[in-house]
Structure formats: structure tokens, C-alpha cells
Ligand binder design. Sequence first.
Ligand code: GDG
Length: 498
Amino acid sequence: MSPHARRSGLTVVSNRLPFVVSKGEDGRYTHRPSSGGLITALLPVLRDRGGSWVGWHGATENIPELDTLLSDAAKESGYHLRSVDLTEEQRRGFYHGFSNEIIWPLFHDLQSLCNFDPSYWRVYCEVNRKYAEVIAQNSADSDFIWVHDYHLINVAGELRSLGVKAKTAFFLHIPFPSLDIFVKLPWRFSLLHAMLEYDVVGFQTPRDLRNFLQCVRVLIEEASVSAKGQAVRINGREIRVGSFPISIDYNGFVKHANEQEVAEKAAQLRTELPNRQLLIGVDRLDYTKGIPLRLEAFRNALLRYPELRERVTLIQVVVPSREDIPQYHELKTQIERLVGEINGQFTRPGGWVPIHYVFRPLKPTELLAYYRAAEIGLVTPLKDGMNLVAKEYCACSIEEDCGLILSEFAGAAAQLQGGALLVNPYDIEGVANAIWRAFTMHPAERRARMRRLRRSICDQDIFWWVDSFLRAAIAKDLSAFPLPADYTPRNDIGFMPY
Ligand code: GDG
């Protein structure tokens, strides 16, 4: 490298910083890094490039020692942490409001659940501007700024108006809806134009990319889409677009699932729930995850296939989430009513209970033990950007004698259709039939399917995902953003065809 060349840094931007601040029993605040595949995968790049992460610190009360906690966390993580301060009102309008009462339901095709409150948009713009200001103060023009998810769509436009010249990329973790749905959004033109302020825009699946390009073609007259659908041209600029299915740290999951503590917990579960097959569902409390319909399908299976009674147990884990949004609270009540009804209908006194319902976050070891113990993974979202639970379940199924039932509306279906039993989550009898099919499947077929699933997740893991996104984003100008010397690509696929 020539002596004057400054190595370009990577700035990752997300709604939250990748660590959690909490108050201990002694009243003192501590911090711990959040876990998750994305953080693990970005770590080597961030460390090597001397990058930074910009996001909200997550503290809702005033913490006097916040700056010290942040700088301690930064020292431990090996990259800079730049925090964005948000007032309670901004959190409400930006996070709960525009992000989670408008974009989240709309982009999951549930427009009837949207609350199109005009004040939310104003706060969304104001907060995106705040993020941009923090990024602008902490980045150089040669940096690469990678913004994550639907909370921060306006950031690139705001950066541009602040005079920032750095290259920007955006990845949408949730689905992008079809034109018919997207046009319902009162701010459809502003939001679409805001996405075109980035230099690179990535989606989870070819379906999302197709929907986005269709919206651009129809709604933005001055834009043109390249013949192969890999770029959009507007006002003399070119925006590269592609689909990149996010994944998990496959080897990390396999390693952890093999640990003795997980094995013991899984064995204990099997002893406590003997002579049956276990079905596992793990979801955040969210109406997109299709939990009530899944419970109805399970009930339908028990009614139509009496041989399943006493021979299966559904473990449904629901992780509390966004409970201060009214629909989430109602959903919890609905799930609990259904669990009560189904258990009331089928439980044998002193014996079998069809559904074990867990409403709390699980420790990683507990979660992996559930994955490892269950013979059938039941993942039936109404719509999902990807769904990592499906991939984690397969990774942890190290005995391979098990099956995955997967919604065709989860992004993961595009990749996992060869091994999973695909279902329409709205088709209660269809899902019930799939439960029966998975229950009665010959062990050789189960193994063959699970092996195929695991191989595909292993080949395209989270490291492959980061690698293919960054390589595609910087392909034209590799010298400006060289990847770490030890960062070997697993696959040179770049943009996936659509
Ligand atoms: C969004 C998109 C896309 C769940 N319960 C516990 C726990 N989890 C972890 C899982 C998994 C994660 O949460 C959930 O990820 P999903 O992908 O299933 O769903 P979203 O939260 O909706 O994520 C989605 C994703 O972004 C990534 O792009 O796939 O489509 O909606 O990793 O393991 N973790 C622990 N205890 C729990 O009880 N420790």
C-alpha cells in the first residue's frame, strides 16, 4: 500500500448499537455485547478496517456514566461506537410509530394494521437526519457506509444534503411489498426516492428485488432499470441492486449445539416428554409470524389424525416484543386463549398436554436445546424477510433425523425449498397435513432432506452473506475498500440472478 493511502473504513448503521446496557442489583450500570450472526460476521471486517457502528444506545433513562460505558464497550469490541441520542417522543414517533405501525405491517402485506398518522413521518425524517449527522461527524469521504433496515431509509439522502461523499449501501431485512401494496403508502414517492439515494441497495430475495424494481418502473418516471435488473439509473447516477439471502453463523451454531450443556438439556427434555415427537415453534411476539393460524393447524391435525394424540407435543416459544403497541398485546391474548382452548380440548388428566407454551426470552443454551431435541421445526410466518429460526433449527439438528415445515412466504423458502416441506400458512388443513407427513416420514427421507438443508445453510452462511454483499457493492472499485487479507470469499456469486 502506498504511504499516502488511507485505508477506508466501514461504518455500519443500525437502529440499535450492538450492545445492551442494563442495571445490576447493586444499582450500577453494566454493558454486554448483543449476540447475533450479523455482529459476529461484521466483526472481522470492522476490526481490520478500523470501522465504527452508529446507532441508538438503547437506554431509556438518563445514565450519567453512559459515555464511559460506551468507550469501555468500544475498547472491548475493537471498533468505534457512535451513539445517537433520541428523546422519548422521537422514539415513539420514529420507532414505534413510522417504523413499526406503518412500514412493518405494510411491507408484510398487512395494510389494514397500519396507522398512517402523518406526524409519524415528520419524526421519522427528523430522526433519520439525526443519524446522518452523527455519521457525517465521524466518517471520511473514502469510507463505506452500510445502513441496515427499514428504520433508516432516509439516511443516504440526508447524508448527501450534509455534503457527505462517502459511498452508501442499504440492506432491507424485511420483505419489499408488491406495487399494489406499496402504493397505499402516503409517502410512497419520498420513500422510493430515498432508497435511490444509496449507491447500493440489497434485498433478501429475488421476490423483494422484483417488487422494488416494479415500483421504481411504475412510480418514478425519470428512472430506468437496466436490462438484467441489476441497476437503476436516475439523474446521471447508477444504483446497483441485488438480492442477498441473509444467514447464520452455521459453524458457530453447530459447535454450540454439540456442547455438553446443550446435549444434557436436550436429553432432559426428551426424558420429560417421552415416547413422542416434539414440534418446536420459536417466534418473537409478532402478528407476521402466524402463530394463531399455526395453533389452529395443530388443532386440526389432532382432530383429523387421532393417531397424533399423545404421540406429539408442540413446544411454542413466544419471545416478548413491542408489547406497548396495542396489536401486540391483543395478539398475546389471542395466542393464550387458543393454547388454553386446545389444551382444554385434548389434555389427558395426569398425562399428555398437547402444547407447552413458553412466553419469555430463552437463554441461548435453552434455545439450542429445544432446537436439538425437536423432531419437527414448525416455521409458518404469514410473511418474513428471511426467518433465521428456520436456519438455526436445521444447523442445531445435528442428529439429522428431523424435518422442517416452512412457510412458502418466508424468504428462507427460496433457498430451503429442496429439503423443507413447504406450506401455505393460511391453509390450516394443508399445514395439518404437513404435520402428519413430517410425523410419518421415513427416517431415510428425513435424513436426506435435513442433510440437504444443512449443506445449503453451511455453504451460504453469514460470512458468505457479508462477503457477497461487500464484494458486489465494491466490485468496480476494489482498491478503495480492500477486504482484510485473511477474509477469504467462500463463493464468488456476487449478485444472484432473479
Ligand atoms: C428480522 C426479519 C430476518 C428468538 N427467540 C430467542 C432468540 N431468538 C432469536 C433467534 C433468531 C432471532 O431471534 C429471530 O430472527 P428471525 O429472522 O426469525 O426474525 P426477526 O426478529 O423478525 O428478524 C427476518 C431477520 O431480521 C434477519 O435479516 O430473517 O425476516 O423479520 O436469531 O435465534 N434468541 C434467544 N432467546 C430467545 O428466546 N437468545
